[in-house]
Design a protein around this ligand. Sequence first.
Ligand code: 4UW
Length: 535
Amino acid sequence: MLYKSPLPDLEIPLVDSATLVLNGPRFVDSLDKPLMTDPASGEFMSFKDMRDDAKSLAAGLRTVVGLNKWDVVAVFGNNTTDYSCVVFGTLLAGCTISPASAAYTPEELAFQLTDAGASILIADPDLAATGKAAAQLAGLDLGRVFVTGDNDVDGLRALVDIFSDDPIEPVTFTEEELTTKPAYLTYSSGTTGRSKGVVTTHRNIVANIIQLSDIMSASNPPGTCWSGALPFSHMYGLTAMLHCAAFMGIHIITIPKFDFKMLLLVIGKYKPATLFLVPPVMIGLAKHPAVATIDTSCIKYIVSGAAPLSADLSRALSQRLVNATVMQGYGLTETSPVAALSIPSKPVHGSAGVLLSNMEARLVDTETGLDAAKGERGELWVRGPNVMFGYLNLPETTAEALTADGFFRTGDIATIDDDGNIFIVDRLKELVKYNGLQVPPAEVEAKLLTHSKIADAAVIGTPDEVSGELPLAYVVLQPGAELTEKEIQDYIAERVADHKQLRGGVIFTDAIPKAPSGKILRRVLREKDAARRAA
Ligand code: 4UW
């Protein structure tokens, strides 16, 4: 059965994303107003300042650094007010932006620099050492690594040095470029294996801005304040916070590194009307005693996404923050990212929302490959203008993820009710999510296997009330070898980003269950883990 969005179709303009956002009427009407405020210092960047800086950066990237159209600019930063100028400057230069998680180790960042074919790296000053180490590992000339802010750091040039006021010819794009070229290269492990470059086109992001703003605009007029707590390096923060908010004339309060106390301070001081969050923060808002000490009446909408939000938690939060409508969004890096969102006037507790405009879905029985019977669960396949072009340089993986008729296999199991409400009920793919962030098991397994005393390993997510899931390793030691759980956790902690650490622990076992093909039977391990937790 083909499920269509219950919302009317929208016209998606054939423009690049920087033109859509920076020339949009709500952006232009807001020029003198604050676009981004740093709550720690109180300093803000206006819409005009951001656009001017982005233009100067674009000119510098073309004329001083000598970048060409579709050269890749990697950005490695926390949520600061500089981030949007780097993103839009890169796009105005006609280049591709590849944001990397600020939590990355030098090795993880080096992988992205190499895989994306980055021409330059722009890092925050406090991440300069990691950025430099990564550039050296990736063989990127240090003359091509820049730091945001006004000063050189550790021998790396300040980005402002390359700003240029020489006007450049505006870059133009053909329809083919807008719909097939990578304007954005974010990284996701998809359903299996290592992190992959997700080729997101201008059209994908333009579509998602139009789809999302169509739902949010009526309740969020220009000048409304949002809290910028989601990482801008993740597609969720990149689209919702940096693009859609700027397009809608929204004022973002940036939170450089997520901190619950800072979120409460932002709520108390700036009175945001809408909060985009992940479920662990929803738990904090529902339960933390400090929430009762601030005035939360300003909050009209809370949108949770990136991991499941239970109906119970959704109800508990609605009861505590009485003025707030609790909504949920669902999507993936590959869907730019929003595929479904609650309708603000009629959210359903526990549902991940309805398909956005211009989107269609199927629920497919994973055994038979046929559509699941009405009311039954199946793998969610989605189609629409926000679905990625493919995975970078991986035609076979792309062909497995995208069907010939344009459906993207999400790897999530869902049901859809008669009103079009989607309920995500399970995950088919091997991905683990800790606090809404991706932990690709294959990556952690590969690191475990580099230890000389480990013969085999498998990583799964073990359920956790606060963080959703915790990465848990099953480990087979080499014959006669001895290692403690702590030694293994420390070994991994030194080699992967914080969110990928083995917080769920290590279980020693004699063999990893595998199919004849060699594929790890993760379901068997999940059952073993469930039995262990029940015992
Ligand atoms: N319920 C259950 C959910 C949900 C979910 C995502 O790291 P990625 O690739 O992408 C994201 C995207 C987050 C996001 C998208 C749109 C949106 O509106 C919103 O909130 C407002 C957040 O995290 O991981 C994709 C995977 O994350 C899981 C699911 O397994 C999906 O395949 N996921 N949202 N509401 N699970």
